[in-house]
Design a protein around this ligand. Structure first.
Ligand code: NAD
Length: 399
């Protein structure tokens, strides 16, 4: 149970690149990081591609105007001169900027929390991983849904054999907000998502399915994909070669099979993020639209709905609990949970506490790299006529 008491000796001095006034995801970062008031203090930022707007915005959210910088390079250089300069920076900018900002941040001796998809290529990911290791810094990746506690309940139940051998993995992250091309023309947040120079080699595979793929690996750390086949489409033709819909079939090393549907043209869909794991004895199902519930369906028995924060849940699940049963938690708490784990990882890294790092489950650089590999393999398969390709996981997310 979390009650806001500090988990690290003092709050980390935190800065942001991007996530400004018009940014979609910036508020989620602040909601997550500042939830408990004991893990981070937001002290600086280069919040916006437009320096004036960024400064005005920074002042409006309580940051000292002298520490609202026109760009990230100035921010890293100026903050390095201060005794109380930032120690960790979050990157909440469009995909195509992550690599260079991440590299510059590590070069400036900062820990990094970066948006997904992490970078365009696994080579970039390997390079940044090496650099982070050399610098003794953490790179966390904001798979923002993965802090939902009921996912840890799924992980525990699968580990305890409650559903038997996993046979089928059924993943979906779809919505309908891009059923037509209106936002492609009118929304700054959408325009870059369909531009391969900024978005990278994919649209929805990177934008949506990297979350669900990571969550599946969090739930089933022992399950490695052996092969996958991806078929992707651009139903709005101007988006080609980037897809607005894709189906992925997976074959796992243990003989299990899986499918993932990701789409932003699932017209009218408002509850399209779900994970169903089918075992030889029972199934587990979690919907992002009902994050406080987990369905446990044992063959031949009445269906059970497990409810967040109840004492019958696993200790690992309830450790991330804040509000108590009867009270709903959701995306804000999910972000707060992963941000708290980033803070614990950063603090442990600073103290060379390898034991804590080894036992902490959070989306780290390997999870980011694995997400890049997921996109690369999907795109490789799709662009090769939707053929089966070998998939190598970077690392099972084991502790
Ligand atoms: P957006 O276009 O809505 O916002 C981007 C923000 O970054 C804007 O404030 C913009 O001014 C600023 N910016 C752009 N370039 C900059 C630069 N060089 N320096 C400083 N600021 C800069 O984009 P978004 O939807 O917020 O997405 C940003 C990133 O977050 C993307 O990588 C996206 O994939 C990811 N994202 C993740 C989640 C999640 O749940 N984790 C949700 C949405 C978006």
């Amino acid at each position: 149970m979390l009650n806001g008491e500090r988990k690290i000796a003092r709050p980390l001095r935190w800065g942001m690149v991007g996530g400004g006034r018009l940014g979609q995801v910036g508020y989620k970062h602040r909601t997550g990081a500042l939830r408990d008031n004991t893990a981070y203090q937001l002290v600086a930022g280069a919040f916006d591609i437009d320096p004036e707007r960024g400064k005005d915005f920074g002042i409006n959210i309580g940051v000292d105007g002298n520490r609202c910088y026109p760009d990230y390079k100035t921010m890293f250089a100026e903050e390095a001169l201060r005794e109380d300069g930032v120690e960790v920076v979050s990157i909440a900018t469009p995909n195509g900027t992550h690599y260079e900002i991440c590299k510059a941040a590590l070069g400036a001796g900062l820990h990094v929390i970066c948006e997904k998809p992490l970078f365009f290529t696994s080579e970039e990911g390997e390079e940044i991983k090496d650099l982070a290791e050399k610098k003794g810094k953490i790179v966390g990746v904001t798979y923002g849904f993965s802090g939902n506690q009921m996912l840890l309940q799924m992980r525990a139940m699968i580990e305890q054999g409650k559903i038997g051998e996993i046979r089928v993995v059924d993943l979906q992250y779809t919505h309908g907000f891009n059923a037509n091309d209106q936002a492609d023309k009118t929304s700054d947040s959408q325009k870059w998502r369909v531009d391969p120079k900024v978005a990278g080699p994919s649209f929805v595979l990177g934008d949506l399915s990297t979350h669900t793929y990571y969550m599946s690996q969090l739930i089933m750390p022992h399950m490695k994909i052996k092969k996958l086949l991806c078929d992707r489409q651009s139903f709005v033709g101007s988006r080609a070669p980037l897809e607005d819909n894709a189906f992925v079939l997976m074959r796992y090393e243990n003989g299990a099979v899986g499918r993932l549907w990701t789409s932003s043209i699932n017209a009218g869909c408002m509850d399209g993020h779900r994970i169903r794991i089918v075992g030889s004895k029972a199934s587990l199902e979690w919907w992002d639209s009902k994050p406080n519930e987990l369905r446990y369906e044992v063959q031949g028995e009445p269906i059970q709905t497990l409810i967040r924060a109840m004492p019958y849940l696993d200790e690992s699940c309830n450790a991330d609990e804040r509000l108590g049963a009867l009270h709903q938690e959701g995306l804000s708490e999910s972000w707060a949970n992963i941000y708290l784990k980033f803070a614990i990882a950063i603090d442990a890294k600073n103290r060379n506490d390898e034991e804590t790092l080894k036992n902490l489950v959070y989306p780290d650089i390997d999870a980011g790299l694995d997400g890049i590999r997921w996109i690369e393999n999907c795109v490789r398969s799709a662009d090769n006529g939707a053929s089966w390709v070998e998939f190598e996981n970077i690392k099972a997310l084991l502790v």
